[in-house]
Design a protein around this ligand. Structure first.
Ligand code: AMP
Length: 298
């Protein structure tokens, strides 16, 4: 039976009673098979598993979807139970950010571009809440999805810089049948928008095929992806970038070192993210770990 823990005090008391390894899976709920892949890996690899469900207000910008973000707690807990999760920590925003709260974690350089540029303050909110969740749950292993690749790079940097004694595990992106990366926000899409959304995967795949045929020039790989994206009238490109997977600095010259292609594309008012390592064969757990670096070799 999954036990729900609703207060910080109860979380601390429970954690202090646990011996052995503890896998933690931070989420904002509205769980889908992407989240469950993280949970299943945590279940296989740890003595105890704690999932957290917290829609973190500090990572949403003004005018973003904080109030409308899907909330499906009962269903989420049932899924976590099914997956063998021991505890689900569901603190309230008032507990996490009481009056006079004033401390934030800023991971400076890797937070600044891409999503950080499009959503000022987003990664400061993420790094802050993950720090708090790490302090409260003291994980030996923490699980995050490749889907949010910049988040992983930011958090790995934070873990290295602040000496958190936790292994950050990256789980490859889980996709729908047409390749669309699973996301709680996909439920915002109308039927025609949902159909159009498959274009992100097709764009990544086209770039990967070009890479496989020997193309290494970032401008050309990017143009290949953009051509596919432009073929979908409902898709509006925010960015397509080719970066060094460890630093997220843009790559401008052809190289045989792994690259990561990251994209943000708006379909209607829904902003969708996706990414892939090139070559495509690196998009598994070992490839991701090697390309993005571990806490010992950032
Ligand atoms: P969220 O609830 O959106 O904050 O996501 C919680 C965790 O699940 C994050 O580490 C995400 O990167 C991860 N995640 C979300 N979607 C997917 C997916 N399609 N495949 C793998 N991991 C995912």
């Amino acid at each position: 039976m999954t036990q729900q823990i609703e207060t910080i005090e109860a979380m601390i008391a429970t954690r202090s009673s646990l011996k052995g390894s503890v896998g933690v899976v931070p989420t904002m709920g509205a769980l889908h098979d992407g989240h469950l892949a993280l949970v299943e890996a945590a279940r296989r690899e740890n003595d105890h598993v704690i999932a957290t469900i917290f829609i973190n207000p500090t990572q949403f910008g003004a005018g973003e979807d904080f109030t409308t973000y899907p909330r499906t707690l009962e269903q989420d807990i049932a899924q976590l139970h099914e997956a063998g999760v021991d505890y689900v920590f569901t603190p309230t925003a008032d507990q996490m950010y009481p009056p006079r709260y004033q401390t934030y974690v800023d991971v400076e350089i890797v937070s600044s571009g891409l999503e950080g540029a499009a959503r000022p303050g987003h990664f400061r909110g993420v790094a802050t809440v993950v720090t708090k969740l790490f302090n409260l749950t003291q994980p030996t292993h923490a699980y995050f999805g490749q889907k949010d690749a910049q988040q992983v790079v930011v958090l790995r940097q934070m873990v290295a810089d602040l000496n958190f004694l936790v292994d950050v595990v990256i789980i490859p992106t889980i996709r729908e049948r047409d390749g669309l990366a699973m996301s709680s926000r996909n439920t915002y899409l109308t039927v025609p928008q949902r159909e159009a959304a498959g274009v992100l995967f097709r764009a990544l795949w086209a770039a990967a095929e070009a890479y496989d045929s020997g193309e290494r020039a970032p401008t050309s790989l990017r143009e290949t992806a953009l051509r596919v994206l432009r073929s979908e009238p409902l898709a509006h490109v925010d960015y397509v970038a080719i970066c060094d997977p460890r630093t997220l600095f843009g790559i401008h010259d052809g190289t045989n070192d792994p690259m990561i292609m990251l994209m943000a594309v708006k379909i209607g008012s829904v902003r969708l993210l996706d990414n892939a390592l090139l070559p495509w064969s690196l998009n598994d757990r070992d490839g991701l770990s090697a390309a993005l670096g571990t806490r010992f070799n950032l």
